[in-house]
Design a protein around this ligand. Structure first.
Ligand code: GAL
Length: 988
């Protein structure tokens, strides 16, 4: 096969760019390049093994480091980051990149933690964000988003100029950072000439702004949209970028009853693929690149709480089968979405999700490493440690004794090392199979037995130079290997009790010492093969001397091998819950990490002293060359959470009072409206965005003259997933309307119809008060302006049955979040607040003086129509040196929805930060993790709850308590996230 010289994309890109880049250290020799098979970093083919993280879903920057360290410890060599334009821009021309929005900081941290970065800068990202990441103000643009409309492009350029400049200073090419790949646009499936010009513009803009690393677009599936012009494949749409990438979420699904249904087999999106768009790839001249591969899935309002199921559906077994299929298909870069999902706090969520964006990802929302992270660690150590995997072609077919087993046999064209990917046929078939594989391998023709049980697959190596040894083949999987001075160490693993064999080649019979476990060895003098046979039980240790270097072979069952970390190339650590860092200095190895308590600590290192989290550890030298701690590691100290008492409350819907002073409110007589849903001709435009209110709750007050026509009212409104509306007439609740829930794709607008009380017919002025809870703007997934769907009221008709609509004119005023686009609290930012009275008055903030409020009990006894606020304070005493995640929990976590008529919702403010919305009758989320930094773990905290209901029996606040969701000894050090404690200008 002809090999293309690595494309020096930095140079190629510069030639095509419209302007010279701002800064490139050595543009003639970019450190990131690629050929048709591999990414090439510093001249070496490198497999990119990445997972996704959204800093905006963890508003405590010190904890970004915790996530990055956990990713690194889980075997990743890269992290993919989306950036959310709307998170940084409350108003056109206004941008903030400080505090929780400091993107330089996350890019610095990634470099410090040794992770490459894939930047995904938008302008559009989707990501289950309100407006798919577009800022609120953008919905007022008439120009079509994601096209070359000048109004939109000027807006996009505002963002790109800023975010590109940040990214540009963190690129690997000039050594200032670790950004290796850069994404423009996301799943743009519209391919008109206008979109083509838009894509070209995004590309040119990135280059002009100094981005020198290869650029890609993320295609929604392997459809061939925006493939590089180098591609000659028919049916594809050319784009300006050098790389083609796509996403995919194949596999099983979770049913509404939280059962995993079996899905289609793992797709062959590379070497073994077929299809109209070029078989091996939609873009055969660029390396296989999956910018998002399902690592979980999101969950919706009114589900039964699918995240645990999603973690299983795309968890243990799935990862080996699906991610393994990708490796065997020669996919050069894959990134799992999400690695850490986090929290869509405040008004970040799109209508398709509720607050938690746990995603069933490897690192849970509470920052716990799930079981699947341990399996990922094995896959990741293998994928990033075996250099030969970065460049694969098909090798000769092998013979398998079972027809329902498939083996993909690959080779590295430079070294001839082999990968045998062993899976069921079809790959998701499951069942129990024992079979024999016969293969022509670099060291001869061999037959060996293997097994598969359940959803599983194996990645076996053969003809591989394992450090200074020659691995002929092994039916165990390699997790990792290293050189410790003159000695080699290798860690192999297999399924519990399963038999395994490992064959190594030596010039002469080596000396084999079994240090632990039951391992038999046989020397074949003819082939010069040493064959070890064993069953995978516990951890066996074998020392083999006589080759180029003595070898310590560790052979574990899966769970045992999962206890090993590889914090740097020269260190192997067994035991702790998590190993974050290893620093070698003056013969001492300083390790940091987390313990749950009782773990052993054993280290293979060139050092002869070990410290753990700053403490020196007494060790002994084991027969297998390690330093083993004499005593088990200590776990976290006792953590007792306070009960929440001392509640105070205040009524929070004074807007319902006919005498309420709304003189400062905006007249809603027809704001700028680019909505895809308009009021009927002649009616004023009421939708909130036209008045500068883009997120959260919005209030309307309407005056009309009583009339015999005023019998019914129909309120057409937009409110996102599980959105709702409350209507009062002259201070009395007329009713509450909720949009239907329980659907993965929610209904986001509706018409609330009520019979008006008799009072409306009485002569004189009447006042309508309407509160609309806007649970987010739609995404723009199909680039059809869906994000511009109206929010708040659209139109309101008062009429009599069978009469003329809009018979009774209403004069409307509107009030939303304080300041609209001019934020009074830019540190918490645009997503933190909506327009509840209490929010406008600063009741959510810790410094608010609530001494005048009434003492209250929780659970609440009496339901109140409208919104009622509760506040309390509590002190936390998390032991220093422990890491914890504490959450706020409502009612009984075992029931996703409150039974009966408990129609109420709660906005949860912790120290002024809106950390979620609990919707009692909708569900499923009852527990709201609050990251340290937002929560003061060693001191005082304020909890403020805005409880909104219809006042019906049962619609009152259930018990509220604090719960510990994660607790270990260790962690990173976390500072308090700075933000104002009071509002300087409360405004009604
Ligand atoms: C992808 C999209 C992501 C996210 C994901 C589902 O198609 O690119 O932004 O929406 O789906 O979680």
């Amino acid at each position: 096969m002809r090999r293309l010289a690595p494309l020096l994309v930095g140079v190629a890109a510069l030639l095509g760019a419209t302007a010279a880049p701002a800064q490139v250290a050595n543009p003639a020799k970019p450190r990131v390049a690629f050929d048709e098979r591999s990414f090439i970093i510093d001249g070496k083919p490198t497999l990119i093994w990445s997972s996704e993280f959204h800093p905006f879903r963890l508003p405590s920057p010190d904890l970004w480091r915790d996530i990055l360290q956990k990713m690194k410890a889980s075997g990743f060599n890269a992290v993919a980051l989306y950036f959310d334009w709307g998170y940084h821009s409350p108003k056109q021309g206004v941008y903030d990149f400080t505090g929780i929005r400091d993107m330089d900081r996350v890019l610095d941290m990634a470099k410090e933690e040794g992770l490459y970065v894939i930047t995904r800068a938008g302008p559009y990202v989707n990501a289950e964000l309100s407006r798919g990441g577009f800022p609120g103000w953008l919905v007022n643009q008439r120009g079509r988003a994601r096209s070359d409309d000048p109004e939109y492009m000027a807006a996009a350029d505002e963002w790109l100029t800023r975010i590109n400049a940040i990214i540009a200073r963190h690129q690997l090419n000039d050594g200032r950072g670790t950004v290796i790949l850069h994404q423009i646009e996301n799943e743009l499936a519209m391919t008109t000439p206008s979109q083509g010009r838009y894509m070209q513009h995004l590309y040119d803009k990135a280059r002009a702004d100094g981005i020198t690393v290869p650029i890609f677009h993320n295609d929604q599936g392997r459809n061939g949209y925006w493939v590089p012009k180098s591609s000659t494949v028919p049916l594809t749409v050319p784009g300006p970028q050098e790389l083609y990438a796509f996403d995919g979420y194949p596999g099983a699904t979770c049913t509404v009853h939280n059962k995993v249904t079996k899905g289609a087999p793992a797709p062959d999106w590379g070497l073994y693929g077929e299809g109209a768009r070029g078989g091996a790839s939609a873009s055969p001249k660029t390396p296989g690149f999956i910018a998002e591969f399902g690592g979980g899935w999101f969950d919706y309002w009114g589900s039964n709480g699918m995240y645990p199921c999603n973690a299983i559906q795309r968890g243990v077994g799935y990862q080996r089968v699906f991610y393994g299929t990708n490796i065997a298909n020669g996919i050069a870069a894959q990134s799992f979405y999400m690695g850490y999902g986090g929290t869509s706090w405040g008004w970040l969520p799109a209508p398709v999700v509720y607050t938690s964006y746990d995603y069933g990802s490897a690192i849970s929302e509470a920052r716990v490493l799930r079981d699947k992270a341990l399996e990922l660690k094995q896959l990741g150590q293998f994928a990033t440690g075996v250099a030969d995997l970065a460049k694969l072609v098909k090798a000769s077919p092998v013979t398998v004794s079972a027809a329902d087993v498939q083996v993909y046999h690959d080779r590295n064209p430079d070294t001839d090392a082999r990968l045998l990917f062993v899976a069921h046929k079809p790959s998701t078939a499951g069942g129990d199979k024992i079979f024999t594989i016969t293969a022509d391998l670099p060291d001869g023709r061999y037959s060996f037995a293997s097994e598969l049980h359940g959803l599983d697959a194996k990645l076996l190596l053969a003809g591989y130079d394992l450090e200074r040894q020659r691995l002929v083949y092994s039916t165990s999987e390699l997790q990792t290997s290293l050189r410790r001075g003159a000695e080699d160490i290798a860690l192999l693993y297999g399924r519990p009790s399963e038999k395994g064999e490992t064959v190594l080649r030596f010039a002469a019979a080596p000396k084999v010492t079994v240090l632990e476990g039951d391992v038999a060895s046989a020397w074949d003098a003819g082939k010069r093969d040493l064959k070890l046979t064993y069953a995978h039980n516990g951890l066996a240790r074998v020392r083999i001397e006589g080759g180029k270097a003595p070898l310590t072979l560790l052979i574990g069952e899966v769970k045992e091998a999962q206890r090993f970390f590889r914090p740097d190339p020269a260190t192997l650590v067994r035991g702790p819950n998590l190993v974050r860092h290893a620093t070698l200095s003056g013969g001492t190895l300083a390790l940091t990490g987390d313990t749950a308590g009782g773990e052993p600590l054993e280290v293979w290192t060139s050092a002869d002293r070990v410290r753990w989290n700053g403490q020196s550890i007494a060790t002994t030298r084991s027969g297998s060359g390690s330093l083993a701690a004499r005593t088990a590691l200590a776990g976290p100290r006792a953590l007792t959470l306070p009960e929440l008492t001392g509640w105070k409350s205040a009524p929070g819907s004074p807007e319902t009072d006919p005498r309420f002073d709304d003189s400062a409110w905006a007249v809603a007589s027809g704001g700028r409206n680019a909505s895809t849903i308009r009021p009927p001709t002649g009616q004023p435009s009421l939708s909130m965005d036209g008045y500068g209110f883009h997120d959260g709750d919005v209030w309307y007050r309407g005056r009309f003259t009583g009339s015999p026509e005023a019998k019914t009212i129909a309120l057409h409104y937009g409110a996102g997933g599980a959105g709702m509306l409350q209507l009062w007439l002259d201070g009395k609740l007329v009713g509450q309307h909720e949009l239907p829930t329980g659907l993965p794709r929610p209904i986001t607008t509706g018409v609330a119809e009520f019979a008006l009380p008799e009072a409306a017919s009485a002569p004189g002025e009447h006042v309508l008060s309407v509160m609309v809870r806007n649970n987010g703007h739609n995404w723009d997934l199909d680039s059809d302006e869906f994000h511009k769907e109206a929010r708040g009221l659209i139109s309101v008709s008062i009429a009599k049955p069978g009469g003329i609509s809009f018979a009774v004119p209403v004069a409307w005023k509107i009030q939303g979040k304080q300041g609209g686009e001019d934020l009074p609290d830019p540190m918490r930012g645009p997503a933190n607040n909506g327009g509840q009275y209490g929010e406008r008055m600063g009741w959510h903030l810790p410094g608010f003086n609530d001494t005048g409020w009434t003492a209250a009990t929780v659970p609440a006894q009496t339901p109140v129509p409208g919104t009622i606020w509760y506040r309390t304070r509590f002190d936390l005493t998390v032991p220093k040196g422990d890491d914890a995640t504490i959450g706020v929990q409502f009612g009984d976590p075992a029931t996703p929805r409150s039974p009966g008529p408990g129609r109420y919702r709660v906005l949860v403010f912790v120290n002024g930060w809106q950390m979620g919305q609990f919707a009692a009758n909708v569900g499923p989320q009852r527990t709201f993790p609050v990251p340290e930094g937002i929560l003061n773990h060693r001191g005082r905290n304020t909890l403020a709850l805005a409880v909104t209901g219809d006042g019906a029996p049962g619609a009152a606040l259930e018990p509220v308590k604090l719960v510990t969701l994660h607790h270990v000894r260790g962690g990173v050090s976390v500072g308090t996230v700075a933000a104002p404690t009071t509002l300087s200008t409360p405004k009604e």
